[in-house]
Design a protein around this ligand. Structure first.
Ligand SMILES: [Zn+2]
Length: 361
């Protein structure tokens, strides 16, 4: 039987935020949030189809790259012109012709997409999302004022935001890296999108998303502010999530209230495994594993991708990482890989253990 939420669409704005916006006293914000929520349901049916299609169907639909495909990035960027029909979207840019473009959103996703491709290829020899050179398709200006960005199993889709709470979802490299990493996770551990495995799925996207941004900006663990979506959310004091201090990304926001993310396991939120419960709080409890990574990376020092990133990538691509893995399983694997990479008594192993200890996992 098909459990729809195990074929999820991966959106950057979680249901708990959209619910708050749908209840807003500001009619424009509420109307646009309701529309964004409707879109997410429509994407879900596409997603189920993509997930269940045969190899032949997937090849025809461009969902899988060719084995041994060229190790150069292949990307296409489309402008949906604020409509919701992918077939009528304009091709703005592609890697073959590398045409000049003026679109800010287009430039943003090219920059973020390249940063993500380079990150995976140059550091880990990973050839695109599926490691087979998959064509990266990105769609900007989807719908009018849509409050979200998605990876739907086939493409990345970005809304322009409502203009009050959110601006263009192409504004942050970490958001682009987050969505693209959902594609990587899907091709590797394919973690079930519910409860702890779902929160870990979200967390891997934040962890690699922040490192993709840090590497692009040449930021070490001290220089980075460890915020996800700081530009996407309007207002200098607001971001979608904080990996350094989960629960503080936004406080007393006029529309969204307070950031609900916990940083430690004793504050783990048991939520219903439903769409409105964020499938057991996958975007909420990811704060715990994000924090464990932050502490580990910070204690190792330098650039996060050089050591902590290698360990977490080894875990993400480890065949022993089960689809329904719990936080403790991921913890064990990070320690095993840290020991393999750096030695049993290494400071890196101590840093990893310290991370999980501070997150109380
Ligand atoms: Zn996500």
């Amino acid at each position: 039987m098909c459990k729809n939420h195990l074929n999820p669409i991966h959106c950057i704005v979680p249901p708990y935020m959209l619910t708050k916006l749908m209840e807003s006293g500001n009619k424009k914000i509420a109307d646009l949030a309701i529309n964004s929520n409707f879109r997410s349901f429509r994407f879900r049916s596409d997603r189920i189809f993509f997930q269940q299609s045969s190899i032949r169907e997937k090849t025809i639909l461009g969902l899988i790259g060719k084995p041994g495909g060229k190790e150069t990035m292949a990307m296409e960027v489309y402008d949906c012109k604020q409509k919701t029909d992918f077939m009528s979207a304009n091709l703005l840019w592609d890697t073959r012709t590398n045409q000049k473009l003026t679109s800010v959103a287009g430039k943003n996703v090219i920059k973020g997409g390249k940063a993500a491709f380079d990150f995976y290829w140059q550091l880990f020899g990973r050839n695109s999302i599926d490691n087979k050179g998959l064509l990266i398709k990105q769609y900007v200006h989807f719908d009018k004022g849509m409050d979200n960005a998605y990876w739907d199993g086939r493409r990345m889709v970005y809304g322009d935001g409502d203009g009050s709470v959110f601006t263009s979802f192409t504004s942050d490299i970490d958001v682009i890296g987050h969505e693209l990493t959902h594609g990587v996770t899907e091709n590797e551990a394919n973690l079930d999108y519910e409860n702890q495995s779902g929160a870990m799925n979200e967390s891997f996207s934040d962890i690699f998303g922040i490192m993709i941004k840090q590497r692009y900006n040449n930021q070490d663990v001290k220089k980075s502010n460890w915020l996800i979506g700081e530009k996407v959310m309007i207002g200098p004091k607001y971001a979608l999530r904080s990996m350094k201090a989960p629960g503080t990304a936004y406080i007393n926001h006029p529309e969204l209230g307070d950031d609900p993310q916990p940083a430690t396991m004793d504050k783990y939120q048991k939520l219903p495994d439903t769409s409105s419960g964020d499938w057991g709080g996958v975007h909420i409890n990811s704060g715990i594993t994000n924090f464990a990574f932050y502490v580990a990376a910070f204690n190792m020092g330098g650039y996060a991708w050089e050591k902590a990133g290698r360990i977490w990538y080894a875990v993400l691509t480890d065949k022993d990482l089960a689809q329904n893995a719990k936080f403790a399983d991921v913890k064990d694997l990070t320690i095993i890989h840290a020991e393999k990479l750096y030695g049993i008594d290494s400071s890196e192993v101590k840093a990893v253990k310290q991370g999980w200890a501070e997150a109380k996992v």
